[in-house]
Design a binder for this molecule. Structure first.
Ligand code: SAH
Length: 358
């Protein structure tokens, strides 16, 4: 048992079993020992698209600028990134926007939504040459609801805590985290949940089938869609996930590139879950915006002309041409990140279709 599992065991002893979502939230965000609070996780446990190729952040930034143009350049836009990691995506996005669409930045405000003080420091350092005002907040809330919103979220929704329900002979029972023989263990809640809580397309699940859902992620998608619909702008959500309902659990722990046990060494591995894109799209529709996709990352980036952009970079850096091509291949190759990663686009109803979703 590491320190965090000892503290979680004490919490369970005092207050009873934790839902998987409560457990995941503590593992990721505990201020003293949570993964994002204390661990250098990006680049060590896993690597993300903006860290692989600068083209990724550039194209996300240009997507936001294009959506803003298509809506008649609404005044005082707010460019927001959820979970900006090391700040790489935003640095690449701002550089590309400054070169191709500087008008966008004239009265734009940039807000980074980040819980981790350690990562906020990394972002501040990465973005220090960018002079216009950047501010930070710990969560997406009503402060971001009063202006046109251009929002980017890459590998953010996979960190939204999931709850899990298991189909049993007596109904759907929530999976909980308990202490057994001095170790953290999974156990099912004795009393099943009300069946209306489980979406109808999952009712036919076999015994042992799992329904996994990320309530806080879905509520957030709905809130973002509401602001986009009301104020204009758009949201670009990129993550690994699935686009058909399934009965599987996807919560996973990764440490230094290897899968590990979810309950072992909490805080010392990265916990995440695949994103249910159909549920996310439905939540966004409930928030009132138009929803495009999900499309695969490969199709999205191809439509945004990642090929020509990579060629330009290769011409400018012939010594690095091979490296640049390999990095872009990693993003778009369906056997690498091209197909597992999906993209969802939100824009207000009755505005042009955003680029990347034909
Ligand atoms: N988007 C970045 C980093 C992905 S890792 C990239 O593509 O490289 C997930 C990021 O989301 C981290 O910055 C993490 O600290 C942040 N994060 C996770 N959960 C969060 C939450 N509930 N609120 C705000 N930020 C969160």
């Amino acid at each position: 048992m590491n320190t965090l599992s000892g503290r979680i065991a004490e919490l369970i002893a005092a207050e009873g079993p934790l839902s998987v979502a409560q457990f995941m939230g503590i593992c990721l965000h505990d201020p003293q020992a949570g993964t994002y609070a204390v661990r250098q996780t990006i680049g060590r446990d896993f690597i993300t698209s903006p860290e692989i190729s600068q083209t990724f952040g550039e194209l996300c930034g240009l997507w936001a600028a294009q959506v803003w143009y298509d809506q008649g350049r609404p005044e005082r836009p707010r460019l927001v990134e959820l979970g900006p990691g090391r700040g790489t995506l935003m640095a690449d996005a701002l550089r590309a926007i400054a070169a191709a669409a500087p008008e966008f930045l004239k009265d734009a405000e940039v807000v980074l939504v980040e819980t981790s003080p350690m990562l906020r420091d990394a972002q501040r350092e990465k973005l220090k040459s960018y002079t216009a005002g950047i501010s930070w907040q710990e969560r997406f809330d009503e402060r971001l609801a009063d202006r046109p919103l251009l929002l980017i979220a890459n590998e953010f929704f996979d960190c939204m805590p999931v709850r899990q329900y298991v189909r049993t002979a007596r109904g759907w029972c929530e999976r909980m985290v308990v202490v057994e023989d001095d170790k953290l263990a999974f156990a099912l809640a004795p009393v099943p949940v009300d069946p209306s809580f489980i979406p109808s397309d999952r009712h036919e699940a076999p015994e042992g089938g799992v329904y996994e859902t990320a309530p806080s992620g879905l509520a957030l998608a709905e809130e973002i869609a509401r602001t986009v619909e009301l104020r204009g702008g758009g949201a670009l959500i990129v993550d690994y996930g699935y686009d058909a309902p399934g009965f599987g659990e996807t919560l996973q722990a990764v440490a230094e590139g290897q899968f590990s046990d979810v309950l072992d060494e909490p805080g010392d591995s990265d916990l995440s879950a695949h994103v249910d894109f159909m549920a996310l799209a439905a939540a966004a529709r409930a928030g009132g915006s138009s929803v495009y996709g999900p499309v695969t990352q490969c199709n999205f980036l191809a439509e945004l002309a990642i090929g020509p952009r990579a060629e330009k970079l290769m011409l400018a850096n012939p010594a690095k041409a091979h490296e640049i091509a390999a990095a872009v291949d990693r993003l778009v190759n369906p056997e690498k990140m091209g197909a597992l990663f999906k993209v969802l686009g939100l824009v207000p109803k009755n505005t042009p279709q955003p680029p990347g979703f034909s």
